[in-house]
Design a protein around this ligand. Structure first.
Ligand code: FAD
Ligand code: UDP
Length: 379
């Protein structure tokens, strides 16, 4: 019946499904455990009619023309330059820390300090905080210390339960110090959200005569791994299987759980025009939550009555019912554990791991789309 089975209807699974059905003529079955498609990009209107992102705020951003063109087949866009401010000492300063932030913090001295930064690292460059801290110059070290203490230390402690120097530099490197006056959070050419939401984009992508989607189905009920290969619904399955879920779960966590950070999203609705007047404020020195997102300023929704916000409270994922593993914790020990699980499926030629969970990596949406292109082209 089916040539391919894809587990997970997030961006990785949805792009792979569409590619295989449309370009390779495959009959594709998508199994999704949740009762909806879209994975963590899923959005819907809340009880007040406001479009919210149920699994945290998602802004699509990319510099990859092929990725943007592909998704644009399934949606129009509400494009903007995404800006984030950090709440520091009762005021708001732009993040990433840039030459505008420098001026707000250092006043008159900023001109000379900015010149020093530009001379040292190059105008327009992106300097990771951990690199800035290594500088031998006392002025630069002072700026680095300010940024470390006011932008990174508390936020990272909340998000990861560890200090910036204890986590992978890849993670803090996502938000570098910018030697420019660009106030945007990302520097990609395209940034925004699908005009009528992510879920509508996924619906169009998965609407194809050779794609069948079954929601509310955990693949472990029907898929089994045996010495002689993969079995589906009690029969040997000869086709390709793409798995986008967590790899340890597929094997009942037999070597122990892969560690993840999770988030508790607390939504609040207010009958006022605006709560914070902008889409995202990071709480980098105070509060127990990391950031507040006010959705109408992200989605551009015009017909909203009142406003809905979400606060994000990080915690260590334990695998308990209802918890969601959001962030792989990248370090040597965890990657070695992941490799042990990967060893269990290495011999299965037609079994493919794709996605943020299945690959135990930190991917943005665009990188995921690109990986789905690459995998389906090889298949
Ligand atoms: P997912 O979206 O997690 O999809 C995997 C799917 O597989 C899920 O729907 C799951 O239910 C299903 N599944 C798992 N196990 C099974 C099973 N056993 N049987 C059946 N189905 C199963 N990226 C950006 O580019 N911009 C952003 O602004 C951004 N913000 C983010 C904010 C947060 C809080 C988080 C956590 C991530 C953010 N990301 C962002 C990253 C983005 O969410 C991911 O790149 C993307 O969702 C990964 O897609 P995926 O398909 O790999 O995984
Ligand atoms: N970060 C921080 N303060 C900020 C923004 C980010 O300390 O104001 C650190 C934090 O460790 C975070 C990492 O930089 O986990 C990456 O931030 P990003 O916004 O890329 O994380 P995302 O929410 O997209 O996963």
């Amino acid at each position: 019946m089916y040539d391919c089975i894809i587990i997970g209807a997030g961006i990785a699974g949805a792009v792979a499904a569409r590619k295989l059905a449309e370009e390779k003529g495959k009959q594709v079955l998508v199994l999704e455990r949740r009762n909806h498609i879209g994975g963590n990009c899923y959005d819907e209107r809340d009880e007040h009619g406001i479009l919210i992102h149920n699994y945290g705020p998602h802004i699509f951003h990319t510099g990859m023309e092929d990725v943007f063109a592909y998704l644009s087949r399934f949606t129009e866009w509400h494009l903007f330059g995404h800006e984030v401010a950090a709440k520091v000492a009762d005021g708001l300063i732009p993040v990433p820390f840039n030459l505008n932030t420098l001026e707000m913090v250092y006043g008159e001295k900023a001109g000379q300090l900015g010149k020093k930064l530009a001379d040292t690292y190059g105008e327009g460059s992106r300097v990771p905080i951990m690199k800035l801290r290594e500088s031998g110059d006392p002025d630069i070290r002072e700026i680095a210390q300010y940024v470390y203490e006011n932008i990174f230390l508390q936020y990272t402690m909340k998000q990861w339960g560890q200090k910036p120097e204890e986590i992978s530099p890849e993670v803090t490197g996502r938000v570098p110090v910018l030697i420019s006056r660009d106030n945007r959070y990302f520097q990609d050419k395209y940034q925004g959200v699908p005009k009528d939401g992510f879920t509508a984009m996924f619906e169009r992508m998965l609407a194809h005569e050779r794609i069948t989607v079954r929601c509310g189905v955990d693949c472990r009920e029907s898929l089994a791994f045996r010495e002689d290969g993969i079995w589906f619904e009690g029969q040997p399955f000869e086709g390709d299987v793409i798995y986008t879920g967590a790899l340890d779960e597929l094997f009942d966590c037999r070597f122990g759980r892969l560690p993840y950070r999770s988030l508790d999203f607390r939504f609040e609705h207010y009958d006022t025009e605006s709560y914070q007047g902008r889409s995202v404020v990071n709480y980098t020195v105070s509060e127990d939550f990391t950031r507040i997102t006010e959705f109408k300023f992200l989605t551009g929704q015009q017909d909203a009555d009142g406003t809905t916000i979400v606060k994000e409270y990080p915690f260590a994922y334990s695998g308990a019912e209802g918890e969601i593993p959001y962030y792989a914790i990248l370090n040597d020990e965890n990657e070695a554990l992941y490799e042990r699980y990967r060893g269990l499926v290495k011999g299965l030629e037609r079994f493919h791991l794709l996605g943020r969970l299945a690959e135990y990596r930190y991917y943005n949406i665009d990188a995921m789309v690109k990986k789905a292109f690459e995998l389906t082209e090889q298949m």
